[in-house]
Every structure is written in structure tokens, then in C-alpha cells.
Design a protein around this ligand. Structure first.
Ligand code: 5GP
Length: 208
């Protein structure tokens, strides 16, 4: 039987912290078995709730430097005080196996991916619903000082300024609705003619 196949696509979700991107990524992975997460390497220390190899590969600055020198990254960037990079091999293996890959990376990484894999990249920017809600989400602990919160706010403002570089923008006012929008984007992008392989043969066989 003749089958239509498809090249895997790369779905990037970017947002300022506090926009709910981590929750949305997790939901998408739970509800769609065709997409896998790209796990980044970082020099940032592990947070208590994080798991090595699931959230990140936590590496020393030396090891990160060796990975750069060895050409192991698809993209890498300094974000705030630490370095973050996307290991190339697992992504290439997933795409070759016909799976799509989800990336939680910042605007710098997205720009690098766009230069390298233009056609295969779909980028989505997630925005929080309002200034007040962003501030509420950035004030994660009651004891956070105003100074800490305002520093987080200005980092968020920096990241937010990059929304025009993305294919899609979603305002996360309701997690269920935002998730449904990401699912729709993914489904539509999967059906793009340019990604499909073998349609001519399939169509020809229909009328033979
Ligand atoms: P966090 O330290 O809070 O986990 O992540 C900080 C920022 O780094 C987030 O905006 C996240 O999207 C970004 N980030 C995580 N991994 C990578 C990566 O591999 N490459 C790039 N360019 N950014 C990343």
C-alpha cells in the first residue's frame, strides 16, 4: 500500500518565565504521543524539583565548553547567568524516526534554529494575560522582595520584546484554551503539503 509520510517538525515554545510554558509543554507531551521533548544541557544548578535527564542535563561550565567545541549543539546561548544548549543527536534521531520535537528555548536559540532548519521550524510565543497576572506569577514566594520581583519583571520585558520573531502568538489566559490552540497549530502544521512525502504517488494510485 502506498502511504503518505511526513518529515518531523520542530515546535518551539518560548515565553517569559511566568507565562505558563512549562505546564503547557507538559500537557502537550501527555496528550500527543507523536511529539518528544528536547532535553537541554545547562550550567545552571539543579532546582530541588528537577530531575537530571528529564528537565535538563546539568553540566559544569567545562563540560559545556567541551560540548560546544565538539559541535554537539544544534544551538546554544547564554540566558541570564548560565549557558543552555540543545544537544543535536537526540533531535536528529527523533526527526529521522518520524517524530516531532518540542523545544523550550529562548529567542536566541529560536533565531539560531531558524537559520539552520527554516522549513522544519514552527515557533510559538506564549504571553501572560496581563501585567498584574505576570507580576503575581513572578512573585513566587511571599518573602520575595520588591527588588527581586522587579528584576524578574525586567527580564520578562526583555523576552517579551521578541514576540514579533515568532510564527504564532498565544495569550495564556486559560491553560485549557492555550493548550487547545497549541494542539491546533501542531495539527495544521503537520498537514502542510511541503512536509509531506509521497503524496504524488498516493494521489496517482487513487485514480489508477
Ligand atoms: P530555566 O533556567 O528557568 O529553566 O530557563 C531559563 C530560560 O532558558 C528559559 O527561557 C528557557 O526557555 C531557556 N532555555 C532552556 N533551555 C535552553 C536551550 O537549550 N537553549 C536556549 N537558547 N534556551 C534555553
Amino acid at each position: 500500500m502506498i502511504e503518505i509520510r511526513r518529515r518531523g517538525l520542530m515546535l518551539v515554545l518560548s515565553s517569559p518565565s511566568g507565562a505558563g510554558k512549562t505546564t503547557l509543554s507538559r500537557l502537550l507531551l501527555e496528550t500527543d504521543s507523536g511529539i518528544v521533548m528536547s532535553v537541554s544541557a545547562t550550567t545552571r544548578p539543579k532546582r530541588p524539583n528537577e530531575i537530571e535527564g528529564r528537565d535538563y542535563f546539568f553540566v559544569t561550565p567545562d563540560a559545556f565548553g567541551r560540548m560546544i567545541a565538539g559541535g554537539e549543539f544544534l544551538e546554544y546561548a547564554g540566558v541570564f547567568d548560565f549557558q543552555y544548549g540543545t544537544p543535536k543527536k537526540p533531535v536528529m534521531e527523533a526527526l529521522a524516526a518520524g517524530r516531532d520535537v518540542l523545544f523550550d528555548i529562548d529567542w536566541q536559540g529560536t533565531q539560531q534554529l531558524k537559520e539552520r532548519v527554516r522549513e522544519d521550524l514552527v515557533s510559538v510565543f506564549i504571553l501572560p494575560p496581563s501585567h498584574a497576572e505576570l507580576e503575581r506569577r513572578l512573585r513566587t514566594r511571599a518573602q520575595d522582595s520588591d527588588e527581586v520581583v522587579s528584576r524578574r519583571m525586567s527580564k520578562a520585558a526583555d523576552e517579551i520584546s521578541h514576540w514579533p520573531e515568532y510564527d504564532y502568538v498565544i495569550v495564556n489566559d486559560d491553560v485549557g484554551r492555550a493548550h487547545a490552540k497549541i494542539v491546533s497549530i501542531l495539527e495544521a502544521e503537520r498537514a502542510r503539503r511541503a512536509r509531506l512525502v509521497g503524496v504524488s504517488e498516493f494521489a496517482a494510485a487513487l485514480t489508477r
